[in-house]
Design a protein around this ligand. Structure first.
Ligand code: BMA
Length: 384
């Protein structure tokens, strides 16, 4: 028997170089994803079982009553650490604008993305894309999805928009935390056509059919990945709140097209009164994602102006931990701390120094489940 084993080993050794070792288990939908993008996928899946990363939209760009001041962050100034996840928006790239729809200059956004990544954080990008038929904003619900699919009258315009997006994403480079060597492409969790179960965007329910939505999604993946050679993206599908898994999956593009299953919740997350519904939604998304080898996430959340001083622990954290499965989301990202202008006076979702929920935000940050940036392991390298 032993001789047989030795013989087999000898034959195997004679066959030449050892075969390339592929990582076991689920991988990103882009087989040519950069090493760091693949590592991010593997590590977020793993980490989600133990921790929830805290994220904030536009964190480094501005906060309540300040804008564009190097090093600043309302989250850091209240919790003591930058957020673990940085959300940004690409809205405006499509028309070659120098700033996005919320006034964030793309040039500076590129630098902030590099800064957060270099500290070990996660970068996610949404895209409030303008209506490609009318040129109106993302909330112009004139039917457009059909027109930009291959063969449609606005198809070329759409591919031009994707070309601009591809250029931007390929320009996102930075050194890695605590690692020698040059810059790498920053992995980005890309979340286009978000809140698709809602009816307020042109790609949402009632304005694009499920079939149009899926075709648009798949075309966009193929175009960016296979035609433009963009390989630093993880693809995040997200709905708004949903009442059943059937509703959640109604527009889902398919397992071959999605890396992250997320949803945005500004509704059942508001008060403890709806905790059971919130926990149920988290559980559904975790179960759907885990069954597919994907990453579950609460891709947007928050309560505008955080008027409840204990919202962070008694509502958000209590809701996340209410269910042993539902707590396995990879991250929860709160929306932006808009600043200036009458309409945005109370449009903030993270605290700032002096705000009523600061003490509770610190308690939330100290909970062992929740990770801010200074608690992150290396997400861009796969531990053996
Ligand atoms: C919305 C609001 C808007 C903003 C948009 C895109 O929720 O914050 O003011 O323009 O997101 O960031």
């Amino acid at each position: 028997m032993l001789r047989l084993i030795f013989a087999a080993l000898f034959v195997a050794a004679c066959r030449g170089a050892a075969p390339r070792v592929e990582p076991a288990g689920p991988a990103p939908i882009d087989h040519d994803a950069t090493a760091e993008t693949r590592a991010l996928f593997v590590n977020l899946r793993r980490l989600a079982r133990e921790h929830v990363l805290f994220g904030h939209q536009d964190d480094l760009a501005y906060g309540v009553l300040w804008s564009g001041e190097p090093g600043r962050s309302d989250v850091k100034e209240t919790a003591g650490s930058y957020p673990a996840v940085y959300g940004w928006d690409a809205g405006g790239l499509e028309r070659d604008a120098s700033a996005n729809l919320d006034g964030v200059a793309f040039e500076r956004q590129r630098a902030w993305i590099a800064e957060g990544f270099a500290r070990g954080g996660v970068v996610t990008l949404s895209w409030h894309m303008r209506n490609p038929v009318t040129g109106g904003n993302a909330w112009d619900t004139t039917a457009a999805a059909g027109a930009i699919l291959p063969g449609g009258p606005q198809h070329e315009r759409y591919t031009q928009w994707l070309d601009r997006f591809a250029d931007y994403v390929k320009s996102l480079r930075a050194p890695m935390r605590q690692r020698a060597g040059g810059d790498v492409l920053v992995p980005v969790v890309f979340r286009p056509f978000h809140e698709t179960s809602g009816g307020w965007f042109w790609w949402g329910a009632r304005h694009a059919t499920p079939d149009e939505y899926r075709r648009l999604w798949r075309f966009t993946v193929e175009y960016l990945r296979d035609r433009k050679g963009v390989h630093n993206l993880l693809w995040a599908y997200s709905t708004d709140v949903f009442d059943s898994t059937a509703q959640y999956l109604a527009r889902y593009p398919g397992d071959a097209w999605v890396d992250v299953l997320g949803f945005d919740d500004y509704q059942s997350v508001r008060t403890p009164a709806t905790r059971a519904v919130f926990a149920r939604r988290l559980r559904d998304v975790v179960e759907l994602a885990e069954a597919r080898g994907k990453i579950p996430a609460l891709t947007e959340t928050g309560v505008e102006a955080v008027p409840d001083s204990t919202w962070w622990t008694r509502t958000l954290l209590a809701g996340i931990t209410a269910d042993a499965v539902g707590r396995r989301i990879a991250w929860a990202l709160v929306w932006r701390n808009a600043t200036f202008g009458r309409e945005h006076r109370y449009h903030f979702f993270a605290p700032y120094p002096g705000q009523v929920s600061v003490a509770d935000f610190v308690r939330f940050r100290r909970d062992s489940l929740i990770f801010f940036e200074d608690e992150l392991p290396d997400l861009y390298h796969v531990a053996p």
